[in-house]
Design a protein around this ligand. Structure first.
Ligand code: AVJ
Length: 339
């Protein structure tokens, strides 16, 4: 499920970071089925998880620095301002991050928790093993004594693996930043929140970053940047599928399309076939046809309302401890507590 790591791209992991790779065979088979189903469906779709091979993860880091892509810097600003408050409210000894994320945002929280005193453990769960190594190396460079772990797995498998605890009374805080929760449709969100809650004990915390509803023009600009980095990121999913499933998608035969759908409060990314074409995915024994103008859906990114999101958390066994937003109300942070 994770890519073999190309060692030259990141610092060798320090001895104290334990990276575990969980590759349940049933996950590999489930993934094959998911791709088969998605590309046989109408409209065709690919799971956005497949954006994040090594090249895709690097492109995403570039997106985060784009002038149009406001979520990362807005959330960073919020965390810089609120980390101390978050640490005091959560009062946790173990941070479990879903997605190893950019170590910069994580560092703001680690700094704040360490200022509170007690020893701190950090575990990241990410499908990309190379991202785990990068994040672990960055954290250990700054905090050599931090107890750093990585679990290379889907969030679900990773959370299940962490459910049995060596230190049962240690309070946890699960971090889910960057509005990645927006990639889930409403049914998936509900299943996901149930799963997170099931992995927690009463009193444990859950910190979620959510991109908020705003002028669609601002959102559309963030997913159609002038430099074309988002387009390259979107197209890279085909390169990844070609390698993983011995497919022959021609990248230049597709165009990046992103638009906001008000009624669903979500921006969508698609790849539009520029001509009628046939594509073979040898490893899946699948051959598909695309009409000129036909689109493959690659991502939804939902935009939230903090009150509605709080209510959704409440339906899944959480209470909202506090919510924060920036002056423009573009991005929100919610700290919830398992009850
Ligand atoms: C990392 C999933 C939150 O949806 O905004 C960035 C990914 N896609 N530009 C998002 C993304 C296009 C991003 N998330």
């Amino acid at each position: 499920m994770s890519e073999p790591a190309a060692g030259a791209d990141f610092a060798a992991p320090a001895e104290s970071a334990a990276i575990r790779v969980l590759e349940a065979p049933e996950n590999a088979e489930a993934e094959r089925q998911e791709i088969l189903r998605g590309l046989s469906a109408r409209p065709k779709r690919l799971p956005c998880r497949l954006f994040y091979d090594e090249r895709g993860s690097r492109l995403f880091e570039r997106i985060c620095d784009l002038p149009e892509y406001y979520p990362t810097r807005t959330e960073h600003g919020l965390l810089a301002e609120r980390a101390g408050e978050i640490a005091a409210l959560a009062n946790a000894g173990h941070l479990v991050e879903l997605g190893s994320g950019s170590a910069t945002k994580t560092r703001l929280l680690v700094d704040a928790f360490r200022r509170l005193g007690p020893p701190l453990a950090y575990t990241a769960i990410d499908v990309s093993e190379s991202s785990l190594h990068i994040a672990a190396a960055a954290l250990l460079a700054r905090y050599p004594a931090l107890d750093v772990h990585g679990v290379a797995a889907t969030y679900e498998t990773g959370l299940d693996a962490l459910a049995t605890r060596a230190t049962p009374d240690e309070r946890r805080l699960v971090l889910f930043l960057g509005s990645t929760i927006g990639n889930l449709d409403p049914a998936e969100t509900s299943a996901f929140l149930g799963r997170v809650r099931a992995s927690l004990a009463p009193g444990d915390g859950f910190l979620v970053g959510t991109d908020l509803e705003k002028d669609p023009a601002v959102i559309e600009a963030a997913y159609n940047d002038a430099q074309g980095v988002t387009a390259a990121f979107n197209l890279n999913i085909l390169r990844h599928v070609n390698r993983r499933f011995r497919a022959d998608f021609a990248l230049d035969a597709f165009a990046h399309v992103a638009f906001y759908r008000r009624e669903l409060r979500q921006i969508e990314m698609h790849l539009e076939s520029q001509a009628a074409q046939r594509v073979t995915l040898a490893a899946l024994g699948l051959e598909i046809e695309l009409a000129a103008g036909e689109r493959i859906e690659t991502e939804i990114s939902r935009k939230f309302d903090l009150d509605r999101f709080g209510a959704e958390l409440a339906r899944h066994g959480f209470e909202v401890a506090r919510q924060w937003t920036d002056a423009k109300r573009w991005f929100g942070l919610t700290l919830a507590r398992a009850i």
